[in-house]
Design a protein around this ligand. Structure first.
Ligand SMILES: [Zn+2]
Length: 317
């Protein structure tokens, strides 16, 4: 199985930034406090990153290196992309797409509204793509939207970046002789998360309901919560079989085994944090009790540190 590299974002600067913030305050707006802010830091990382291409099965590949993992379905109807990364990566994403064939870009599906998955929407649309997403992705991209945990307010996206095909619960399409099904999770990582299932290839992109091998961000500002993340993980485990290839929002390509471990981690940490909060422990006391300790070696080495993840869970229990 292809292994995606998680090191494109500057891990050291995130850890340093989060650590110094944690010493001052645990307010969500300071989760990622650092001189630049998380969003410019993510963009800078994408600007420098190489885009890696991972052929998966049949005519489907994944691109890694610009924000969230991008799925690509190639063929005579034109390329279909799942998520668009950051605009600064356009030349390198185009190069990667060209390496997969000469078909034009025809469709773009967004797994949710976050900028590391939709910032490239405008250029992908200009290149010829029709954009499909959950109705709440359109809503958040159409207006000024704040993410408290990132201490960042996004202006409305340019008109070309706004999805023109939207749905509430489920949407099906046929493209390149492939049946594709998009399904809404309900509130999970945000209030706009959908899965994208490629039937014939038996591949599913689950967006940011799964960060493979790393603690996830949870966006409480636009409807996400730890309980929503757990519900999404439970649904993933109900519908995903042992044979499916799973594209996570972040981290290496995976399968049901990794998803199962991720779901167990979410539940265990939620219970630990809820118990401490019920005992009357403050956030800093809860962090000091290390409710994530059993999982830190595996999940705590990237953008969302044990302290940040504990803070995110504490907000929701
Ligand atoms: Zn996200």
């Amino acid at each position: 199985m292809a292994s995606l590299d998680q090191s494109n974002l500057s891990r050291r600067s995130f850890i340093a930034g989060a650590g110094s913030a944690a010493a001052i305050t645990f307010s969500p707006r300071f989760l990622f406090a650092q001189s630049k802010g998380i969003v410019p830091t993510m963009i800078d990382a994408a600007a420098k990153a190489t885009i890696k291409t991972y052929p998966l099965r049949r005519n489907i590949s994944a691109l890694e290196g610009s924000g969230g993992n991008i799925g690509v379905l190639t063929g005579k109807d034109g390329k279909l992309l799942v998520d668009s990364g950051f605009t600064v990566s356009k030349p390198r994403i185009l190069e990667a797409l060209n390496s997969l064939g000469s078909d034009r870009i025809a469709q773009l599906l967004n797994t949710h509204w976050h900028t590391d998955h939709t910032d490239g929407n405008a250029w992908v649309h200009d290149a010829g793509a029709r954009i499909t997403a959950h109705v709440n992705t359109k809503k958040h991209l159409s207006t000024s939207t704040r993410v408290e945990g990132w201490d960042w307010t996004f202006p409305p996206a340019p008109s070309g970046a706004i999805p023109t095909v939207v749905f509430d619960d489920e949407h099906r399409l046929q493209h390149n002789d492939t049946n594709i099904r998009l399904k809404y999770y309900g509130p999970a990582h945000t209030d706009s998360d959908v899965s994208v299932f490629f039937e014939e290839a038996d591949i599913i992109h689950v967006g940011d309901t799964w960060w493979n091998g790393i603690y996830p961000f949870i966006d409480y500002s636009t409807g996400g919560s730890i309980d929503g993340m757990i519900h999404a993980a439970e649904r993933n485990l109900r519908v995903i079989t042992d044979k499916m290839i799973v594209i996570p929002g972040h981290g290496p390509i995976g399968d049901k085994v990794g998803l199962t471990e991720f779901g167990e981690m979410l539940v265990a940490i939620r219970n630990n944090v809820a118990t401490l909060k019920k005992q009357g422990k403050s956030l800093s006391e809860t962090i000091a009790s290390k409710p994530t300790a059993a999982y830190d070696a595996k999940y705590g080495h990237f953008l969302i540190t044990p302290e940040i993840f504990t803070t995110l869970v504490y907000s929701g229990v």
